[in-house]
Design a protein around this ligand. Structure first.
Ligand code: GLN
Length: 226
């Protein structure tokens, strides 16, 4: 008799944090978004079944190290600090940090204007690094972007610093907020794998190159970024 497993595809466990629209967010309790579609497409090319594992952002790289997941895709920026412990594929998206404020309220127009202000960032996000470098900022750390947005709406803080696309998303869904006309340095999102997982790294890099050239990548960009 033929066992079913003869047909079962290999599984790839993918860590994400579905609180970062439009890259990953929950819809009817299920993680969806640009990154989820992207990794599904990569899985098709690499012939893997994709299993999404949703968890807290700061648990993602530890979970990767402990082999609870095989890779991490979470709008995660490649940083020198993270590169000490994991490897990143070629970049798949260029982003930057922006400042969200209450509409027309506190004259915050640039990152320098954040001096002396209470600024919300998400614990361990690149925005935390950017804001923590500015002298005289009172940094308030939250576990998720939504919590920071709620604190801003409730007048508990003066601004939130967050990645550009999620920022646009939250501002569209929350009246009375706006994005300051200034942008931080560019950063690159990439997929993280364990340092010694060179075969998976190569497969992912090849698959990324393929979807960037066959139109699939552009299709996803058009679907999620309006
Ligand atoms: N790009 C930011 C970072 O890497 C935020 C990522 C996220 O919240 N998913 O820290």
């Amino acid at each position: 008799t033929l066992s079913l497993s003869a047909f079962a595809k290999k599984k790839l466990y993918v860590g994400t944090n579905a609180e970062f629209p439009p890259f990953e967010y929950l819809e009817n309790g299920k993680p969806v978004g640009f990154d989820i579609d992207l990794v599904e497409e990569l899985g098709k090319i690499m012939d893997y079944d994709i299993k999404i594992v949703d968890m807290a952002f700061d648990g993602l790289l530890p979970a990767l190290q402990m082999k609870k997941v095989d890779l991490v895709i979470a709008g995660m920026t490649e940083t020198p600090e993270r590169t000490k412990t994991v490897s990143f594929t070629q970049p798949y998206y260029t982003a930057s940090q922006v400042i969200i404020t209450r509409k027309g309220e506190n004259g915050i127009k640039s990152f320098d204007d954040l001096k002396g202000k209470k600024v919300g960032v998400m614990l361990g996000f690149t925005g935390d690094i950017v804001v923590s470098k500015i002298d005289g900022v009172k940094v308030e750390r939250y576990n998720a972007a939504y919590a920071g947005i709620m604190a801003l709406k409730a007048n508990k803080i003066d601004a939130v610093v967050l990645d550009s696309e999620p920022a646009k998303n939250f501002v569209l869904q929350n009246e009375g907020l706006e994005i300051a006309q200034t942008e931080g340095a560019q950063e690159e999102y990439a997929i993280a794998v364990r340092k010694n997982d060179t075969q998976l790294m190569e497969q992912l890099d090849n698959a990324l190159t393929e979807i960037k050239s066959n139109g699939k990548y552009q299709e996803l960009i058009n679907k999620y970024f309006k």
